[in-house]
Design a protein around this ligand. Sequence first.
Ligand code: SF4
Length: 341
Amino acid sequence: MNLNLDDSFKVRVSIGSAIVLGLINGKIDAAPTTIYLLTYHDGKCTANCGFCPQARESQGKANMLSRVVWPAFPLKEVLNKIPQAVNSRKIHRICIQTLNYPNFFQEVKKIVKSILSRTKVPISVSCQPLNREMLKELSLLGVNRVSIALDAATKEIFEKVKGSAIQGPYRWEKHIEALLTAVEVFGRNNITTHLIVGLGETEKEMISRIQWCVDNGIYPAMFAFTPIRGTKLENMPQPSLDSYRRIQLAHFLITNKLSDYRKMVFNQKDEVVDFGASKAMLKEVIESGTPFLTSGCPSCNRPYYNEKPSGPIYNYPRPLTTKEIKEIANQILKSFRNEDE
Ligand code: SF4
């Protein structure tokens, strides 16, 4: 593969990543600790996910992913900036997100090779389902983790937001198969998936999916649904913060093997009312603040991917303040008190 890059080979960079790399000037109150890149494509993605501004039928802006702006740069300009950011320990990972278009895989490989020929840094590739040969190629190139986003907690919701019901190319079974194959190729716990809270699932369905992921060696990265103008789901609300906090707590307990979905208790609305852990353990875990940080590949903090910096914050991209932890503890306790009444 010819790695000579001319200016026409572009890549999109999340605005926060571009500031950290020094590609543009700007102020950010929480710097990304992972550099987020998106393959550049002159046109829309061939997929049609209802929440995504890049979707085939979306009227959303081409330079957006979730609520974040991703300006385009010649790849070689970006490559010149990466080694210094890695050596200064400003960043600890690079995440390459892909759109779905004919030549995407060739371009992903070129980006991976170009980066690793300049510096040693863990790379995540966040992509559509790939077959075993393609997964092996990425592993041989030195890719550290692959993420194949399920996004939905159930097959029904999947088909509605990114599958057959929305004329999207994806099928639940194919996604599941690709995830399990990726675990075989990369090994347990080296594979990530994305789960979006607030697409119509119950807490029970989401927590059960989180458990399924962990049982199968897949790390579930949690996202809060974010309505984006011009997308099919632009009028849907964000999930309630109470519910999101309970799901974050369940996620932390399950991914850290401190509890298990099968030990948890749900009320008639399928909300979690018992986490299958002692009150002392819950108090300690909540007061650490850690469950409410962004979850994802190591060093993935995705600042303000699902919220404005002014809040309310779903995924904290930096350690929480004591005041924030107190507020969350009260929120969770209040939701339990409401449950007891
Ligand atoms: S969890 Fe973060 S680093 Fe990993 S694939 Fe997703 S966005 Fe990228």
